[in-house]
Design a protein around this ligand. Structure first.
Ligand SMILES: Nc1ncnc2c1ncn2[C@@H]1O[C@H](COP(=O)(O)OP(=O)(O)O)[C@@H](O)[C@H]1O
Ligand SMILES: [Mg+2]
Length: 198
């Protein structure tokens, strides 16, 4: 039953709304899109591995957008651009820049003052950036990758494991991940911290 449902869902044709800005016209199903995006993201990861980013660079609006662009540049015309409409999640579209600026500034303060452990700083960044929801799509994946880059390049620690991946398609893992995000919404970062290194 579960398998059939998942199979059907991934075979679902994308509707016109979902195709807005899609650069590859041959993509017609959710599954094809997921796979194409995944390849694009893997290229972005490779690009990041060949670089050494400083904390001051990572924590800038320019880098936040550039990373999203690198992750989705072959897939979406709007890669790296803030969303221009409101969603049921995220701040008002006019507040994206200001809220992001505030978050990056908070993050620099936490680092300068050792307010939290390095892991917790990266996790708080991940959680708040996905709450702002700067982009039309890909915010979950982008928020995890920027947290990985901050711990690796900024804090010289191993990247997170995020429950050992597959959180976008494994139902049990996804449930655990979303539960950890809900806890973080209530200022309890412990479950997300644990999940990220599981
Ligand atoms: N209640 C919530 N609180 C915080 N983050 C959430 C919540 N619900 C969903 N999210 C985040 O938003 C993401 C979905 O946004 P989306 O832009 O579609 O990202 P992606 O395409 O990478 O999954 C989820 O992966 C999750 O990280
Ligand atoms: Mg999405």
């Amino acid at each position: 039953m579960g398998l059939i449902l998942e199979y059907t869902a991934s075979q679902t044709a994308l509707d016109e709304d979902e195709k807005e800005g899609l650069l590859v016209k041959t993509i017609t199903t959710r599954q094809e899109l997921d796979e194409f995006e995944q390849q694009n993201i893997e290229q972005a990861i490779k690009w990041s591995m060949h670089k050494r980013f400083k904390i001051s660079k990572i924590l800038s609006e320019r880098f936040v957008c550039h990373l999203h662009e690198k992750m989705f540049d072959q897939t979406w015309a709007w890669a790296g651009e803030f969303r221009k409409s409101n969603k049921n999640i995220g701040v008002d579209k006019y507040r994206i820049g200001i809220e992001l600026g505030q978050l990056l500034s908070d993050c620099r303060y936490w680092i300068a003052n050792n307010t939290y452990s390095p892991d917790e700083i990266a996790i708080r960044l991940k959680h708040r950036i996905v709450k702002i929801h700067p982009f039309p799509n890909g915010n979950g994946r982008h928020s995890r990758l920027i947290a990985d880059i901050l711990v690796e390049h900024g804090f010289a620690k191993p990247p997170f494991t995020w429950g050992s991946q597959k959180i976008d398609c494994n139902k049990t893992k996804r449930k655990e991940y979303l539960h950890a995000l809900f806890c973080a919404d209530r200022e309890n970062y412990e479950p997300l911290l644990m999940f990220a290194r599981k």
